[in-house]
Design a protein around this ligand. Structure first.
Ligand SMILES: [Zn+2]
Length: 105
């Protein structure tokens, strides 16, 4: 995580910034409250348009890495499911055109 005071990257288990001496226990508790990752961030990544969620991912990556990770999983699932849906609808159309599947049973 980053020091509130000097913005340097510091160890998560330190109580004090080694560079400027600022106390970071307050910062630590606020980060752990808002950076739990979880299902909602994954859903956000899944349902938002890819470009928007990727931009959001880079915005929160520095301050909320756990949320960013959950968001990234949602983005990946979003892309993978899109590819699967496009692939199978293409396959379906191909089979209808070649007469392998008949729509009239
Ligand atoms: Zn500092």
């Amino acid at each position: 995580m980053r020091c509130e005071n000097c913005n340097r990257v510091i160890d998560d288990d330190l109580d004090e910034c080694p560079k400027c001496g600022a106390s970071i226990s307050k910062l630590k508790s606020s980060v752990s409250l808002s950076d739990k990752g979880g299902f909602l961030w994954g859903m956000l990544g899944f349902f938002l348009p890819c470009l928007i969620s990727i931009i959001l991912y880079f915005i929160i990556l520095d301050t909320k890495p756990t949320n960013a990770k959950a968001l990234l999983i949602g983005i990946i699932l979003n892309i993978v499911s899109s590819i699967i849906i496009i692939f199978y609808s293409g396959l379906f159309i191909f089979f209808i055109n070649t007469g392998t599947i008949s729509l009239i049973v």
